[in-house]
Structure formats: structure tokens, C-alpha cells
Design a protein around this ligand. Structure first.
Ligand SMILES: [Zn+2]
Length: 368
């Protein structure tokens, strides 16, 4: 595995645990293996000091792209599963942790973008007792993913087959559509609360875990991949909505969480600093894009020509070039690919420009 997003060194297994709020983690081996000597842990699994277990989905064949998080509760629960294409890695990781087919109780999805939820049908098939928890809007698309697959194929092009793979349908009876404030009982007094957190996507939900007091923010706080010096907002088309995204960050801050777990990738600490940085960087990206957008419009006499997007993307690319540590890029063959796959400047620029256009057209709705 490459280095931790927070830039701290990985502690050895004998290191004392860090205090609450630290990001101590260590790799874990199979929990139910009869012979611990054979327990060479899969490289895709890490356990943090609050007991949360990250499984690397190996999206796009790269490490540290999208994490699934296993909550080891009386009703074991996975938050996010990554795309369909590499799902066998995730399922094998769960099995190596002693999860039998009947064991998984819930799969919780923050939103239905394919890098988070694409493999949900495969996980549901591998774990037939699991209930899939997703926003009310997302539920019908997981039951009948034909529209989701069609639009994803359009957006992703070749990447659809090479990186993501098609979603398979899930029985409606196995899907629970949730709204803001709904809870899931994990047993033993532990609950998950779903927080409606639109902005990145209009159907996005974050997850607050009463057991650890951590939040799982999906894409609503941004991404921080190995080698990135700052949290980067994820502002893709077609839903991105600035005010909604800022409001959602406030929802997390109200919780004073013990930790924020990003889907891409891992915990960011300390959580209050991470949430403050997420807001600062979102405002900075948006204001930089906004200035570039209106500058481009002014040049062409206020009638959009389609070249505004190029100008915004180029401006963002220049302005935020220092967000990635060049030394890490040079060392880590996956670093550039990861970044482009998940939070490329082109995608962020397109989402921001669409947001400005909708705002100017008067077609922006309150939350997305
Ligand atoms: Zn994502």
C-alpha cells in the first residue's frame, strides 16, 4: 500500500494506539483463520484504531482509489463497495475477515455513482442476507440499473468497461430507501444515522456511526489521495450545487465527529480541521472557476460559445497544480491516474460551469 493520506507514518503493530482522533492503523489478517501463522494479510485491508476496517476496492487496478468500510458490529455493515469490475477483490477481502455469505447485514451506499455503488448487485448476490441502504432517489436505480448503466456508459466511454463494469439489479425487497435522519440498528446499541448531504450529487447521504462517532462522507467532503497536499472538492456534473455542498459540510461540523472517513481515500485528521479545509478549498475552487467563467463570457460578449469550459479548466489546472506533490507523483505510478479518474480538473470544471449556467438561467433548484 502506498502512504497514508494524512502523510503520517504507518505505525507498526506494537505501537501504542494513538489517542482518539489519530489515524493509527495497521493491517489485519483473517480473523477466523485456524492457523495464525498462515495469516499473511491481504494487502487490501487495514484496521484503524477505532475498529473501522478499510477494504481497498482496487478500482481501476489501482490502490487507494475507493475504500469500502466494514463496521464490525453484531450486524456487520459495509459502507460503500466500489464498482462492479473489481468486486471480487472486495468479496475476497470480506471472506478473509471471516465473513460468511450469511453474515453481512447491511450494505450502505452514500450515492449511486458507479465508483461507490456499482458493485452493489454483486455484493448482494455474494451476501444474500444483506439489505442495501441507499437514498430514496437511488433505490429505484439499484433495482433497475438500466438507466444508470446507460448514462454511465455515455459519461465514462471506454472506462465504463475497463474500470467500472455494469451494475446488476437488486430485488426491490432487499433495498431500503432512506431519508435524512433515518437510522439503522447495527445491534449492541450501535446505530448509523443517515444525513442528507447533497451538493456533490443531489441524492448523496453521509453516515454517522454512534459506535465510533465517525462520519463516512462519501464524496461530500472531497477527496484526498496519496500525494495530495489538500482536500480537493469533487464538483462533477450534472448535479453539483455549491450552496448545498457548503450546507452539507455544516451538517458534519454540527456532529463534531471523532473522524471523517473519505471514500477516496481513508481518514482525514483532525476532523474539525479537515472540515474547515474542505469548506475553504470548495470556496476557493468555486471562486476561481467563477472568475474565469465570467472572464471568458465577457470576452465573447456574454453569449456562451462553449469555450468557457476550456478556459475554466485551464485556469483551475494552473491555480491548483501545487495540490499534488510532484515527488509522490514521480514515485507512485498510480498517482496521476487516480487523480484523473476521481477528481480530474476537467470534471470539476464541467460541474462548476454547469452550476453557474443553471444559476444564471434560473434553473437551479434549492438543493441540487
Ligand atoms: Zn466518488
Amino acid at each position: 500500500m502506498s502512504e497514508q493520506p494524512g502523510g503520517k507514518d504507518r505505525p507498526g503493530p506494537d505501537d501504542a494506539p494513538e489517542p482518539r482522533g489519530g489515524t493509527a492503523r495497521h493491517r489485519v489478517g483473517p480473523s477466523a483463520g485456524p492457523d495464525p501463522r498462515s495469516a499473511e494479510p491481504p494487502p487490501t485491508i487495514e484496521r484503524y484504531d477505532d475498529g473501522i476496517i478499510a477494504l481497498d476496492t482496487m478500482t481501476g487496478g489501482m490502490s487507494n482509489v475507493t475504500a469500502g468500510y466494514l463496521l464490525d458490529a453484531p450486524r456487520p455493515t459495509l459502507i460503500e463497495c466500489g464498482p462492479a469490475k473489481p468486486i471480487e477483490t472486495l468479496v475476497a477481502g470480506l471472506r478473509s475477515l471471516g465473513m460468511e455469505p450469511d453474515d453481512l447485514a447491511y450494505l450502505v451506499l452514500t450515492h449511486i455513482h458507479l465508483d461507490h455503488a456499482g458493485g452493489a448487485g454483486d455484493v448482494a448476490a455474494a451476501f444474500p442476507n444483506a439489505t442495501v441502504v441507499v437514498s430514496e432517489v437511488g433505490a429505484r436505480h439499484l433495482h433497475d440499473p438500466s438507466r444508470l448503466n446507460r448514462s454511465a456508459r455515455q459519461v465514462y466511454g471506454d472506462l465504463f468497461d475497463h474500470v467500472y463494469g455494469a451494475c446488476t439489479p437488486i430485488d426491490a425487497q432487499r433495498i431500503v430507501g432512506v431519508a435524512d435522519g433515518d437510522t439503522i440498528d447495527l445491534g449492541g446499541g450501535r446505530t448509523l444515522e443517515l444525513l442528507y448531504t447533497p451538493g456533490h450529487a443531489k441524492h448523496h447521504v453521509g453516515v454517522h456511526d454512534s459506535g465510533t462517532d465517525a462520519v463516512f462522507s462519501g464524496d461530500s467532503v472531497g477527496v484526498k489521495l496519496p500525494g495530495m497536499t489538500h482536500l480537493r472538492p469533487a464538483t462533477p456534473p450534472a448535479d453539483f450545487h455549491l450552496e448545498a455542498a457548503l450546507h452539507s459540510l455544516g451538517r458534519y461540523r454540527e456532529r463534531s465527529p471523532s473522524r471523517v472517513y473519505l471514500a477516496h481515500y481513508g481518514p482525514v485528521d483532525p476532523p474539525e480541521d479537515a472540515l474547515a479545509e474542505a469548506e475553504d478549498r470548495l470556496r476557493l475552487w468555486a471562486s476561481t472557476a467563477e472568475a474565469a467563467y465570467y472572464e471568458a463570457l465577457a470576452e465573447v460578449g456574454a453569449a456562451p460559445t462553449g469555450t468557457e469550459l476550456d478556459h475554466v479548466a485551464e485556469t483551475l489546472r494552473r491555480r491548483f497544480a501545487d495540490e499534488v506533490d510532484a515527488a509522490v507523483l514521480a514515485e507512485d505510478p498510480d498517482a496521476a491516474g487516480r487523480l484523473e479518474l476521481l477528481s480530474g480538473v476537467g470534471s470539476n470544471a464541467a460541474g462548476l460551469v454547469r452550476y453557474f449556467q443553471r444559476r444564471d438561467d434560473g434553473t437551479l433548484t434549492d438543493v441540487g
